[in-house]
Ligand binder design. Structure first.
Ligand SMILES: [Zn+2]
Length: 332
């Protein structure tokens, strides 16, 4: 019998699914936990959300500068996973079609901060989680490539560090003289009331830097952005354009990836849920199961944020026979 990862247990899968319901209120989505994904993505066309439950702990030399960092790696992974689920849920509420190429990456960078700020309005307790996640992301970015770089990287690093007590992006590229203006556009876009204004801001920044809107994706940014499965579309929208698939197939983890379907895990999804929770198999939530009224309520103020978030599970190290039965197939 192969060793079972902690996040394939029913309690974790049930918790992850309840988080998705709590933050997204979209029961027709299919939630997958998998270490094959570097971070996470949401595919609003195919109603898929995919999250990595084993995001790496920050490097030792920068841990002391990471605020709210849990001492235990397992606690960290649980909290980081919750931040990912809430973040992806936020995209389904606030984000429209993502352009291709570098423009799409820059839109993604800007929109990630805007979405998290909007989610914090509905769920104030997320602020602490998002600060923790941003500090950890900043630590990985700084550890990998330092605090400098060109201004596109600056847009990413500034998103992670603008609220940090000491970490700052230090522009040291040939485009450094544009930083005050790029930063002004960037910070204004974080507060933009609409997604269209985010796209406009990204176009402005590219124009300022003399970069074409059709420039290809940059490999150095991909690890800090949503994966290639990311497909965002306008609410009620048609088919979404997606980013290009040029760098599909990257393998972010050394371990053999495993995955777990999170929905229907471990029983009911709360008293108000309409789904049948008795299934023990990896079934999709029935699309016809009353999700239309939920899905149509995607905007803010639809009652989300009432009550407390689902409690984090206590991880049992030992495998139980019931858990073994619940185990779902591994994706290749
Ligand atoms: Zn995002």
């Amino acid at each position: 019998m192969s060793q079972q990862r902690w996040w394939t247990t029913p309690s974790v899968r049930k918790w992850a699914w309840e988080l998705w319901r709590y933050y997204a209120w979209r029961p027709s989505y299919h939630l997958t936990l998998t270490t094959a994904e570097a971070t996470a993505y949401v595919d609003m066309v195919n109603k898929q959300v995919v999250c990595n439950p084993e995001y790496p702990y920050p490097p030792l030399d920068l841990q002391a500068s990471c605020r709210y960092l849990p001492k235990s790696v397992r606690d960290f992974q649980l909290e980081y996973l919750e931040s990912l689920i809430a973040h992806e849920a936020g995209h389904t509420h606030h984000t429209g079609t993502l352009p291709a190429g570098l423009l799409g990456q820059l839109v993604n960078i800007i929109e990630d901060e805007r979405v998290e700020r909007l989610m914090c309005l509905d769920f104030p307790k997320l602020r602490r989680l998002f600060v923790m996640a941003a500090d950890v992301d900043a630590a990985h970015a700084i550890s990998h490539s330092g605090r400098g770089g060109d201004l596109i990287r600056g847009c990413l690093l500034h998103r992670f560090t603008w609220h940090h007590p000491t970490w700052r992006f230090v522009p040291d590229g040939a485009d450094a003289h544009h930083w005050p203006e790029v930063r002004r556009i960037l910070e204004a876009a974080w507060l933009a009331p609409t997604y269209d204004e985010v796209i406009e801001a990204a176009k402005q920044i590219l124009a300022l830097l003399g970069l074409p809107e059709v420039a290809p994706k940059r490999e150095d940014l991909t690890v800090f952005l949503e994966g290639d499965g990311l497909r965002l579309k306008a609410k009620g929208g048609k088919n979404a354009a997606s980013g290009d698939q040029a760098d599909a197939g990257k393998s972010p983890t050394k371990d053999k990836p495993e995955s777990s379907e999170a929905e229907n895990a471990g029983g009911g999804q709360g008293e108000a849920a309409k789904e049948q929770g008795e299934q023990t198999g990896p079934a999709h939530v029935d699309e016809a199961d009353g999700d239309e009224e939920d899905e149509g309520n995607g905007g803010r103020g639809s009652g989300r944020g009432m009550g407390a978030a689902p409690e984090r599970p206590t991880i049992e190290e030992a495998e139980t026979p019931a858990a073994e039965l619940m185990r779902l197939e591994t994706e290749g």
